[in-house]
Design a protein around this ligand. Structure first.
Ligand SMILES: Cc1cc2nc3c(=O)[nH]c(=O)nc-3n(C[C@H](O)[C@H](O)[C@H](O)COP(=O)(O)OP(=O)(O)OC[C@H]3O[C@@H](n4cnc5c(N)ncnc54)[C@H](O)[C@@H]3O)c2cc1C
Length: 748
């Protein structure tokens, strides 16, 4: 993340979290380039290390041992992490396109790997490619279950080192798992279009692996190109048909199809053609590395070892290119040592004509791989990074803007973001017209709207500092958080006004920041049929965003839900899991797993609109949205005006993954201490229950807490869960007010 006193001037965007980019991020943590915002856009938060992947399949490593946590690595490196799949490039505009947003770049680097070509009839529906790995992994885990139920025949198509290693790993795992249960392990078949297996390795390696496969009962079909796949069988070019219940595809890989329309020069396999500087031969702002790159003058094998070695050169060249300096050349090693695991605690070494095999090689490989992965486990307090001096070439206009951004800034109206910047950002947003009730919209001094006949106006406001450096995600969550107040009242959202502060910087970057933040917010507002009718944007040290929101309820107040509507006998429902506060702190301290933060952000982005409708339809009269005061604080706000007590069933509380570990490790929000005062409202609290701290955890865009009549509660819960609030839970019941002072009882 860029400090607000030194504005970022340029953007480097990394697409894909392959091996080269992981190495680059690690180096960036130590040597960032001042004035540059680094952003990693990746489909997966956890990226596999290829060297250990077969060991994971063989059951020798667990998931976290073989995956690099990109979100945490990026956080440690001061880089922004965007979890998104890239679907295209707009080179003219200098933007990377994802499904629902686009991201600007000054320099772009692509390290997205390659996927086996499923270019045979029937392969798409019936075969599972080894990449993307996340999909293969899900399939592998379900295959492990399926083969328990019935004897199967597994075909591996592709007999390069990857295919052979994968087959041996799968077979070893299944044998270990099934034999003790007296179940029959599957029969394996290996299909190779070439006359020999592992054709790029030496004769002794080929002979050894062939013999090993045969000893393990694998049927090896050489010179048999698979030409068709059906459910339960496959056909080869010779016309023979073979049984195959499961087909795993590990053949020659190809580049992502979206690259074809990107405008970049590609080779016949859709790989990006790069020069010796790893720079696209058709666009000097774009670099590529790893499997997706094709070196123009000396193509290399598609292997992780090359991707890893390219990382440092890529880092240097992206920085040099921004500074206008001469680029470094990448020289691939002519020979490289391949260590191929055989799934049984042994490995084969292959380098040129060299061959060796044995368990010592597996131990050696294991030590190398573990050391490599240890380099990506980030420390809670990373060593102070030494920034490369900011010597970025700027044009005259930009230099003036950069100077002004660091100079003393005015307050009052002088702190407003310039009209042209704001105008340009707003002009890029989709139109919000369509509400007949809005008589005067954005652009005038104030918005004018008609309150429809028979309706009453509901208003609320919320505002907070950014907790993520991704302005689009922040915009979505800030809007969702504000709308939560309306939904909790049972109101229909109508219109919103935004209040934003953005750090000063180059006009183009301020415009982009504002655009991203408002585009994210608008997506959330529009999904709730809520129009953005105005706002105010100022410069400030920190990114912050809030909304004043308007909604309607029936003037008769029928269907209105308030905090005072709890009735003794009601069941208490919570629509989303707890834990956003503690998880965000743990992430800041580099102590959360990336997937925990993914789930927390997804939860914060989930709208409560439908949940409120379901609650109302099931007779809820009392509701509030769970935010800063935590569960105990917000329940207390409901019990007091309702004149009731509430019993909370601690074991029923829905939790975000990692929340419990996070509070147990002492990662508590700065608001936690103030919220802990609500402990006085707890009757006979167990002194050291592990879930207690989560009662005081402040939530951002948390779920709805509601009181629902007991007879409707099970149906209400089922409706919530099938509407996508999968962790909604019945967390307690409403009791008549007792004479005791503390209104919250805990059931453990
Ligand atoms: C079974 C098997 C075993 C192997 N064993 C070895 C080995 O021991 N040693 C070795 O050197 N090589 C090995 N390889 C080869 C190795 O896997 C690849 O060469 C290596 O993974 C390529 O790395 P990469 O950095 O190019 O990309 P990858 O590691 O494939 O990473 C690509 C990344 O990009 C992301 N991504 C993809 N598309 C998009 C998109 N559109 N938008 C955003 N993000 C995207 C993915 O989520 C992923 O994080 C093996 C291959 C297989 C199949």
């Amino acid at each position: 993340m860029q400090s607000s006193d030194a504005p970022a001037l340029r953007d480097i965007v990394l697409v894909g979290g392959g091996h080269s980019h992981a190495v680059l991020l690690r180096r960036w943590a130590m040597r960032p380039l001042a004035g540059v915002q680094l952003t990693l856009v990746c489909r997966d938060t956890h990226t596999p290390y290829s060297g250990m992947l077969p060991g994971y399949v063989a059951g020798l490593y667990d998931y976290d041992q073989v995956h690099i946590d990109l979100r945490t690595l990026a956080q440690a490196a001061g880089a922004r992490f965007v979890r998104a799949e890239v679907t295209g490039l707009d080179l003219q505009a200098g933007r990377v396109q994802c499904h629902d947003r686009s991201i600007a770049f000054d320099r772009l680097s692509i390290n997205i790997g390659a996927t086996p070509r499923l270019n045979v009839p029937g392969a798409q529906p019936h075969a599972v490619p080894v990449k993307p790995i996340q999909r293969f992994n899900a399939h592998w885990l379900s295959l492990l279950e399926r083969v328990r139920a019935r004897p199967s025949r597994v075909a591996v198509v592709g007999a390069g080192a990857g295919g052979v290693e994968l087959l041996l790993a799968m077979q070893a795992r299944l044998q270990r798992q099934l034999q003790p249960l007296g179940l029959q392990p599957p029969q394996f078949d290996l299909y190779s279009s070439t006359p020999q297996i592992v054709p790029t390795h030496n004769r002794r390696v080929r002979r050894y692996l062939l013999r090993l496969l045969q000893e393990r009962g694998v049927q090896v079909h050489t010179a048999q190109t698979v030409t068709g796949v059906w459910a339960g069988c496959l056909q080869t070019a010779s016309g023979q048909v073979f049984d195959a219940d499961e087909v795993v595809w590990v053949t020659q890989a190809a580049g992502a199809p979206w690259l074809r329309s990107s405008g970049l020069a590609l080779d016949e396999g859709d790989f990006i053609v790069v020069n010796q500087h790893l720079q696209s031969v058709s666009d000097e702002r774009v670099f590529a590395a790893g499997d997706i790159a094709c070196l123009q003058d000396q193509p290399v094998e598609k292997a992780g070892v090359f991707a890893v070695r390219q990382g440092p050169v890529l880092h240097d060249n992206l920085c040099r290119s921004l500074r206008g300096q001469a680029l470094r050349s990448y020289r691939p090693q002519r020979r490289w040592l391949a260590l191929i695991g055989t799934g049984d605690g042994r490995a084969v070494a292959s380098r040129g004509a060299f061959f060796a095999a044995g368990s010592w090689l597996w131990r050696w490989k294991d030590a190398i791989d573990r050391r490599f992965m240890a380099g990506f486990s980030v420390e809670p307090e990373p060593m102070a990074a030494v920034s490369e001096p900011a010597t970025l070439p700027l044009d005259q206009d930009e230099a003036a803007q950069a100077l002004s951004a660091q100079a003393m800034r005015c307050g009052g109206c002088g702190a407003k973001v310039g009209a042209s910047v704001l105008g340009r950002a707003l002009a890029r947003l989709p139109s919000t017209s369509g509400h007949a009730d809005i008589l005067v919209g954005p652009g005038d001094d104030a918005a004018v709207m008609r309150v429809p006949a028979g309706k009453a106006l509901v208003q609320s406001v919320d505002f907070f500092r950014s907790f993520t450096d991704d302005p689009w995600v922040f915009g979505r969550i800030a809007a969702n958080h504000a709308l939560g107040d309306l939904f909790a009242m049972g109101a229909q959202a109508h219109s919103a006004q935004a209040l934003a502060t953005v750090p000063p910087g180059l006009e183009s970057r301020t415009e982009e920041f504002l655009y991203q933040m408002l585009a994210g917010a608008l997506q959330t507002l529009q999904a709730a049929s809520c129009a953005l009718v105005g706002g105010h944007t100022a410069e400030g040290r920190e990114l912050a965003l809030g909304f004043a929101v308007n909604g309607w309820v029936d003037a008769s107040l029928q269907g209105l839900m308030t905090k005072s509507g709890l009735r003794a006998g009601d069941r208490v429902l919570l629509t989303k899991p707890l834990g956003t506060g503690t998880l965000l702190v743990a992430h800041q301290r580099l102590r959360a797993r990336g997937r925990w933060i993914d789930a927390a952000l997804d939860s914060m982005m989930q709208s409560s609109q439908q949940a409120a409708q379901i609650l109302r339809a099931h007779g809820a009269r009392a509701c509030t949205d769970l935010t800063g005061f935590g569960l105990a604080g917000h329940l207390l706000e409901m019990t007091r005006p309702s004149g009731v007590d509430v019993e909370i069933d601690l074991s029923a509380l829905p939790l975000l993954a990692g929340a419990l570990e996070s509070v147990a490790s002492g990662h508590l929000s700065s608001l936690h201490a103030a919220n802990a005062q609500f402990a006085a409202a707890l009757r006979e609290a167990p002194p050291a229950h592990p879930l207690l701290p989560l009662l005081f955890d402040p939530q951002t865009a948390g779920g709805l807490i509601a009181g629902v009549p007991a007879d409707q509660a099970p149906a209400c819960l089922a409706a919530l869960q099938s509407a996508g609030y999968t962790q909604a839970a019945l967390i307690g019941q409403v009791l008549p007010r007792s004479s005791e002072a503390a209104p919250l009882l805990l059931k453990t």
